[in-house]
Design a protein around this ligand. Structure first.
Ligand code: BTN
Length: 254
């Protein structure tokens, strides 16, 4: 199956977004990149019933059989790189608002951008950006939401799903539409500083003792802040502040 040969089963228009709905794709991230190369407009969405090669953060795979929600939003924002980080934050907040309003589920964000419910992962976000200097060509935000099944996520956090949390399932397009509505509202109503504050209010990482594992190092300390680039600021035991851009975050208690 090559990315070029896959065709959508339908095209849907929701909240100013054009959604290409596919049955099976390798990864919505790959299709999104191809669509960008073919000049698709800002606010195009690749939405799939399943993925054969779903991707998670840090080169992990994301199990993607039927029953989950898989999509990538293609943004071509005329904004600088720093300002683009806002969209990653609004994406996780939009998931939280959608889960609350549609499913009556209380969820929180765990840095960098996991969405947790009762300490278990219900959704994950993967961003793919292309930029030259400070000019952003595209920012593709890939979102996987556990809907019907508990998916064996290849990460240290246990998983849960919408169905498990609220004993109900929803038409996938209803979930997508609710997400896009929330995402649109947040992007229009909230500035960079407010988004960071709102994100921190909905985060279960702030003020926690955390252990961050990057590919080469491990850092421990108290999560004090998120800087404007999305990096986690931790106060280490020697009282130094460390800005961490990527890694796995574990909340540790002692
Ligand atoms: C994470 O590791 O938490 C991020 C998971 C992101 C999964 C989504 S599913 C839709 C999009 N396509 C992919 O291949 N990955 C993202």
């Amino acid at each position: 199956m090559t990315t070029n040969s896959i065709k959508p089963i339908q095209t849907i228009y929701l909240h100013d977004y054009t959604i290409y709905h596919y049955d099976l794709v390798c990864s919505t991230m790959d299709i999104a990149r191809k669509l960008f190369e073919n000049d698709c407009p800002h606010k195009t969405v690749v939405f799939a019933n399943s993925q054969s090669n779903g991707k998670g953060r840090l080169n992990r795979s994301w199990t993607s059989q039927q029953g989950g929600i898989y999509f990538t939003v293609i943004m071509r924002p005329s904004l600088s790189i720093e300002k683009c980080f806002k969209f990653n934050f609004t994406a996780s907040l939009a998931i939280i608002n959608m889960l609350k309003k549609l499913c009556n589920i209380n969820a929180f964000v765990k840095w960098p951008n996991d969405v947790l419910c009762n300490g278990k992962k219900i959704a994950g976000i993967l961003s793919d950006m292309s930029a030259e200097g400070t000019v952003v060509h595209y920012l593709n935000i890939g979102i996987g939401i556990n809907h019907m099944n508990i998916l064996p996520l290849t990460c240290a956090i246990p998983a849960t799903s919408i169905q498990l949390e609220c004993h109900q399932s929803f038409p996938p397009q209803t979930l997508l539409s609710a997400f896009l509505g929330e995402f649109e509202t947040l992007n229009h109503s909230i500035d960079q500083e407010t988004i960071l504050d709102t994100w921190k209010q909905h985060s279960c990482t702030m003020n926690q003792r955390v252990r961050i594992e990057t590919t080469h190092s491990v850092f421990e300390g108290i999560a004090e802040n998120i800087d404007s680039s999305g990096a986690l600021v931790i106060r280490m035991d020697n009282d130094q502040l460390k800005h961490i851009v990527y890694g796995d975050c574990f909340h540790s208690y002692r």
